[in-house]
Design a protein. Structure first.
Length: 231
């Protein structure tokens, strides 16, 4: 996720706006200077400093799709709303389904400080927000998708939540493939490249596996892992 280095106001003392005990532990929304930040079980997850990675995640998935009308997009993880907000600005997407497991995060978008960031996207008739664990949703849903854009952790090689690791496993990727239509695209955000995950994608039967780098202000570039379900 984007960090808050070198952003005006980012080094002020953080102010906790809300703290809740959720189904997966403690989640905190805080203000740090001009930024809003989400903290889970004491680990920084994301803030409102940038959003270029989230936007690129959505754009890369659309660019990798074959030409088809009104593709159905699933966004895994609502976060601060960058991916949803960006997808809703693009008329090429048909339905936009967001799966978020933390009820507090959803509430902060509906009634809290994150509402303005996602208001227009949430009011878009194409948009639906589903409260569910992402892997559980992929296993249980009868819906099918043209693109899965997953941004639920720091990536396959650096998970904050151990439970998320199963999503990047062969079993989790098989669930992703089942939820995708033939020719559909899986796009996975990661804080660092993972050649091992690329190999896992190939072994899971995906094709056209590749990794796109996303430059960041400091350190190793973020990446988007892309793969296509065979037609």
């Amino acid at each position: 996720m984007p960090t808050s280095y070198d952003i005006p106001g980012a080094h002020d003392t953080p102010e906790v706006l809300d703290r809740r005990e959720g189904p997966y532990g403690e989640v905190v929304l805080r203000r740090h200077g001009n930024l809003l930040q989400i903290i889970a079980n004491g680990c920084f997850l994301m803030d409102t400093s940038d959003g270029r990675s989230e936007r690129r995640l959505v754009d890369a998935a659309l660019a990798a799709l074959d030409t088809r009308p009104t593709p159905h997009l699933l966004v895994g993880g609502l976060g601060v709303g960058f991916s949803l907000a960006h997808a809703a600005t693009d008329p090429h997407w048909g339905r936009i389904t967001v799966v978020e497991r933390e009820p507090a995060v959803i509430d902060w978008h509906h009634h809290g400080p994150l509402a303005e960031l996602s208001r227009r996207a949430r009011q878009d008739p194409r948009t639906q927000i589903v409260e569910a664990d992402l892997l559980t949703h992929l296993i249980e849903t009868s819906a099918t998708y043209d693109a899965l854009c997953l941004d639920i952790d720091n990536g396959p090689g650096w998970t904050v939540d151990e439970d998320n690791g199963s999503l990047y496993s062969p079993t989790g990727l098989a669930s992703c493939a089942r939820a995708l239509l033939p020719g559909g695209v899986l796009a996975v955000w990661s804080a660092q490249p993972s050649p091992a995950f690329e190999e896992t994608l190939w072994n899971a039967g995906f094709q056209q596996v590749r990794t796109e780098e996303i430059p960041v202000a400091r350190g190793v570039p973020d990446v988007v892992h892309l793969a296509v379900r065979p037609g």
